[in-house]
Design a protein around this ligand. Structure first.
Ligand code: TMP
Length: 395
């Protein structure tokens, strides 16, 4: 049974950037109550109530996975590693976004599944077989019928977005070959708890998985975990290697190591999440206090990266244009728009990241390394970054 442990207030959809902030438009802005629960039975951490996916994954979906150099390199590395190690004949990616992973495969050897029409168009134009549909058992059966069973299914930052995990993993089970493998990666609850990164919770992250929860969930679809690997993307994720129950793969030592680590971290106990919730409340207080004191000193503060994650922070802490002059973001289709809920204007870094900026709040804190390298001149002239991870502080 699900038990609520965290309340993150009224939130807009993280992806719902506004074209204008005329009264009529603001009246139509959709808000829902964001709260997070823990299920003792399967150790799953999930949103208490999820939003209808048809509202989220539309033709206007803004996120482009290939925007960051870190991510392009990261997806190239994993695509090559998986092909070298597992030698799949036919592969598939669920949630292929703008093709940042696919493009490292021969077009004949990989299939893309992407429900957002604007994104599916990109990979179709590049010549990849792309199904512009939600991932379901029906689609899995169609794919197996039209092609063959799959030796590798890859899915990054997607399965945790799908409310119906039983249907999702059943569909995967249908389409995997006998020794085919499923590799998924998603933000990791162990890191969220450790880093106090509560902004991993927003409408699209229906689940934030652990090994304990994934293990139980996939077992209901004749699948099992055989390996796992922590990765640094999205501020701390886990990569899960999954196969059919009767497959040749044996559980690895490192899988056992990380499962034991989760038990030590008490990710199976409700009290862990209650304590986390107290730390989140403190983080909110600290951030408001810091920003208020800087504004009293007439400092110019901006948001660096109009990320989906930052939607949670801005709306939970009630931080709008009183604190931030604007947000900067490299994604062209976020520029010229306004952030969901708090309506902070978004402009390009070329326009907005100039000498007038005193402080930049890291909305894209998960790209801190890449950003600090790029913004060396800002740092040299005394510009400062602010983050809330793992604690509210000026860097
Ligand atoms: P993500 O954390 O959901 O991947 O989103 C990262 C966002 O941050 C994306 O909109 C691009 C933006 N961004 C910048 O504006 N500047 C940067 O240097 C980086 C790395 C990301």
């Amino acid at each position: 049974m699900k038990k609520k442990f965290l309340d993150l207030a009224k939130q807009p959809l993280a992806n719902s950037f506004l074209h204008n902030i005329k009264k009529k438009n603001l009246k139509r802005e959709y808000f829902y109550n964001l709260s997070v629960s823990f299920d003792k039975k399967n150790h799953q951490v999930s949103l208490t109530k999820h939003v209808n996916p048809k509202m989220q994954y539309t033709n206007l979906y803004a996120h482009r996975a290939s925007q960051s150099q870190t991510m392009r390199k990261f997806f190239q590395d994993i695509a090559l590693k998986l092909q070298r190690k597992f030698k799949p004949k036919l592969s598939m990616e669920i949630g292929s976004n703008d093709g940042v992973f696919l493009k490292n495969f021969n077009k004949k050897n990989i299939i893309a599944v992407e429900p957002c029409i604007n994104l599916a168009k990109i990979t179709k134009l590049q010549g990849y077989k792309t199904y512009s549909k939600f991932w379901t058992k029906k689609l899995a059966k169609n794919i197996v019928k039209s092609h063959q069973k799959l030796d590798l299914i890859f899915s990054a930052n997607t399965l945790s977005h799908i409310p119906n995990l039983k249907e999702t993993f059943d569909a995967i089970s249908i389409s995997l070959s006998k020794d085919g493998i499923l590799v998924i990666e998603d933000p990791y609850i162990g890191t969220v708890i450790k880093s106090n990164s509560y902004d991993q919770f927003y409408d699209e992250h229906v689940y934030v998985f652990s090994l304990l929860s994934i293990s139980k969930t996939v077992s209901l679809s004749n699948l099992r975990l055989f390996d796992s690997e922590p990765i640094t993307t999205h501020g701390g994720s886990m990569r899960y290697y999954i196969c059919k129950v009767e497959s040749k793969y044996k559980p690895t030592k490192r899988l056992n190591y990380f499962i034991n680590k989760e038990l030590k971290q008490k990710l199976n106990k409700f009290s862990t999440y209650q304590n986390f919730s107290q730390r989140v409340k403190k983080s909110k207080k600290d951030l408001i206090k810091l920003l208020t004191s800087l504004k009293k000193k007439k400092k110019k503060i901006i948001v660096y990266g109009a990320t989906y994650k930052s939607t949670t922070i801005l709306n939970y802490c009630n931080l709008g244009s009183k604190y931030f002059d604007y947000a900067i973001d490299t994604t062209p289709n976020k520029q010229g728009k306004f952030t969901p809920g708090k309506h902070i204007p978004i402009i390009s870094p070329q326009k907005g990241f100039n000498d007038s900026v005193d402080y930049a709040f890291l909305g894209a804190w998960n790209f801190k390394k890449e950003i600090f390298k790029k913004e060396i001149n800002f740092i040299k002239r005394g510009g400062k970054f602010i983050t809330h991870v793992p604690k509210v502080r000026i860097i």
